[in-house]
Design a protein around this ligand. Sequence first.
Ligand SMILES: CC(C)(COP(=O)(O)OP(=O)(O)OC[C@H]1O[C@@H](n2cnc3c(N)ncnc32)[C@H](O)[C@@H]1OP(=O)(O)O)[C@@H](O)C(=O)NCCC(=O)NCCS
Length: 143
Amino acid sequence: MITIKQISPTDTYNLRLEVLKTNKDYIYQYKDDFNIKTIHYGAFLEDVNVGIVTMMKNKNPLLEGKQIQLRGMAVKPKEQSKGVGKELVKKVVDVSVEKDVKILWCNAREHVVDFYKKLGFKIKGKRFYIEHVCYHYLMYKEL
Ligand SMILES: CC(C)(COP(=O)(O)OP(=O)(O)OC[C@H]1O[C@@H](n2cnc3c(N)ncnc32)[C@H](O)[C@@H]1OP(=O)(O)O)[C@@H](O)C(=O)NCCC(=O)NCCS
């Protein structure tokens, strides 16, 4: 069974490095990790942290309305395709709705666009490159 729990900023670092790091210059500590409004969630399978996501209060100039950015979404490779990522996004959606947030957005890595599409996100604008990472699309979900 998958359990989602709030975790500390530093609890996200191992999985960010294991799953998201693209090269030696990848920045795994985000500027607002310790902001009081930032929330980090971990997904646990039998008490082992196998997935992470971070929600940050951050407005994208291309989107309107009260917003939250979803960041640092990662599931351990051997636990992928078991619904862990879906549960993490569901948690962020539920908490965002409670906070009366209208738009959930993320910079989605090109190869996971279909994951977000399945969860109701849409693409906005053109593909863009994030330095030291890869091509991304701005994706958003109306809540
Ligand atoms: C993207 C990621 C978080 C998805 O997590 P996951 O636990 O494997 O996803 P789930 O099992 O919850 O998948 C939910 C649905 O999305 C689909 N899906 C998952 N990853 C997909 C992908 N890369 N492309 C297309 N569909 C995908 C699943 O098949 C599933 O579909 P279903 O509901 O019809 O069965 C995970 O694969 C990951 O950590 N990838 C590497 C890191 C990364 O790129 N993170 C995103 C940064 S923006």
